[in-house]
Design a protein around this ligand. Structure first.
Ligand code: NAP
Length: 529
């Protein structure tokens, strides 16, 4: 049952007067539930509670936190069909997507639980003392990662499960030992409340401290800004637009005590089609590209928005095949009328630019809030002159850039803003003929893909879902995969600290049996001193 209230720790509260509703884009009408926005007092209460919870939560062992994350996954699954129905009614996504994304959310929680159970993620590093070193003795120094404190998570519109209430940001922050306060995304507040109820139940069942998790309702510029400015908040996770992410980043930097904002923002995910692949395999790649652009109504952060290739007959043939493939696909429902309106106006702006022409546009009847897939094309020289053409149009949209030679292609790649992904499509032995292209692309992206489409982000330790700005606000970290935990920790050194007062991870006995770097060697053995 949806209550429409905020979770301040385990307490449901709604003392405010401002209410909001969500929207069903498939039915093209408002949903019935009424949600009450958090008051300034409730916001403060949630953060103070999170800060109190931090005192004991940061001391929880890896196994205790793993049990908590596993219990969250179990409680989410226990919500059953009702949760899937709620998700669909607030996102416009079909049931299959709901099930798939729930699986991903559950998988993420389990993978962080496994990381905690194994335990070596804290990067324990030990340099034992050398008391007889000359001219001065060497101290005993031991280092590991420790949590930052309360983290604010901004749920994303396009992943109501996997990147919202119990998504990657929340799971990684809870794994690190940080309490979490979620600013529920305004497009799926009911889904957020149901998932929050599962997290609260799991916290109670596994004896986690009150306030380890809160879920608040309200606008970005009101609730969101208050949370980022709150002096007890120590970090922020965000997925969304460049304007939103940048506003929060600037707000955090202006605080008396600046805090990190890990914002995953816009990306056009360039795909470079090398000449031999274009000549020999254009049909295969046209079909794959059409599928990637339209997947999830194009509402993926890794949606391919730019296709770069050399001009000529091969590219003309590819454009025809892409048109044929893309016009056969039924447009998908977009998340919200505002996202749909931004999509349409984004295409219009692109079309108005100098030298831009239309390649493909879905021609059949399009239902309300559905995104008619569109492909444009432009010459390399016009693209280079116009910064606006490098911007993301969120939805099933892509622009083909026709380059007159490889030198121009490299120039275009070098001018791109930072990207989550960059793809090279080529025949066997073709990439080694284009090492300069690859070097230019590597400079601009967080993930290089060979002969594949960029949509589809595997959740694993080697995934990087981030990249140079504006793909993310800090290219040293990832938002997907277990290494996302490193956004919420800082290294702490202990010098000559008594062994029994050290965290278990750093004690001589190595009671947790984790892998540690001891005197520059990666080992599991105990230390005898
Ligand atoms: P968004 O508008 O950036 O909103 C994301 C979250 O940030 C929401 O909770 C929003 O609050 C808050 N917010 C936005 N602007 C803010 C500001 N100036 N100050 C404080 N908080 C702010 O993103 P969205 O709603 O998810 O989608 C809109 C656009 O984001 C899309 O059209 C697309 O361009 C982009 N997007 C990109 C990706 C990606 O990964 N590249 C993913 C999703 C979306 P409210 O509740 O007030 O809205």
């Amino acid at each position: 049952m949806i209550t429409g209230k905020n979770y301040i720790g385990s307490q449901l509260k709604a003392s405010g007067t401002k209410t909001v509703k969500t929207f069903n884009p498939v039915l093209n009408k408002e949903n019935p539930w009424v949600f009450t926005e958090a008051t300034p007092e409730e916001i403060d209460e949630a953060v103070v509670l999170a800060n109190q919870a931090f005192v004991s939560y940061k001391k929880c062992s890896g196994l205790e936190k793993a049990k908590f994350l596993t219990a969250i996954a179990d409680e989410i699954l226990a919500l059953g069909d009702d949760l899937l129905v709620q998700y669909c009614s607030e996102s416009g996504f079909a049931r299959g997507r709901a099930e798939g994304e729930r699986g991903r959310m559950i998988g993420q929680l389990h993978s962080f639980a496994a990381m905690l159970t194994e335990g070596s993620w804290v990067q324990a590093t030990i340099d034992t003392a050398i008391t007889d070193r000359l001219p001065a003795p060497k101290e005993d120094l031991r280092k590991m990662l420790v949590p930052l404190g309360p983290i604010v998570v901004f749920g994303s519109s396009n992943f109501p499960f996997a990147f919202s209430t119990a998504g990657g940001d929340t799971a990684s922050a809870l794994a690190s030992g940080c309490p979490v306060i979620v600013k529920s995304h305004s497009m799926h507040i009911g889904t957020g409340e149901m998932v929050a109820s599962a997290i609260i139940k799991a916290a109670q069942k596994t004896n986690m401290p009150e306030g380890v998790f809160s879920n608040l309702i309200g606008g970005g510029k009101t609730l969101g800004a208050s949370l980022v400015k709150h002096p007890l908040v120590k970090g922020v996770g965000f997925t969304g637009s460049i304007s939103g992410g940048r506003a929060l980043f600037d707000l955090a930097a202006q605080r008396p005590e600046p805090i990190p904002v890990f914002a995953e923002m816009g990306s056009v995910n360039p795909v470079i089609l090398l000449p031999e692949a274009l000549k020999n395999n254009s049909q295969k790649w046209a079909t794959a590209y059409a599928g990637s652009i339209t997947l999830g109504a194009g509402q993926f952060c890794t949606n391919p928005g730019l296709l770069i290739a050399l001009e000529g007959n091969d590219l003309n043939k590819f454009a025809e095949q892409l048109t044929e493939a893309i016009e056969k696909i039924e447009p998908g429902c977009m998340l919200h009328p505002s996202i749909h309106a931004d999509f349409e106006s984004g295409i219009k702006t692109m079309e108005e630019q100098n030298g831009v022409s239309k390649v493909a546009h879905f021609k059949g009847d399009v239902l309300p809030n559905h995104g008619a897939q569109t492909i444009l094309r432009v010459k390399g020289e016009d693209f280079l002159k116009n910064e606006l053409l490098r911007h993301e149009v969120f939805g099933p949209f892509s622009i083909i850039i026709e380059c007159n030679n490889i030198a121009q292609l490299i120039q275009i790649v070098a001018k791109l803003e930072g990207q989550l992904t960059g793809t090279i499509i080529g025949e066997e032995n073709e990439p080694e003929q284009h090492t300069d292209v690859i070097a230019a692309l590597q400079n601009r992206v967080g993930r290089l893909i060979f002969n594949g489409v960029p949509t589809g982000v595997e959740v694993c330790a080697s995934m990087i879902h981030g990249g140079p700005y504006p793909a993310s606000s800090d290219s040293r970290f990832t938002a997907v995969g277990t290494h996302a935990v490193y956004r919420w920790v800082r290294p702490l050194s202990f010098q000559n600290w008594p062994d029994d007062l050290l965290p278990a991870e750093l004690q001589n006995e190595n009671p947790l049996q984790i892998v540690r770097t001891v005197n520059n060697e990666l080992i599991k053995e105990t230390i005898s001193i």
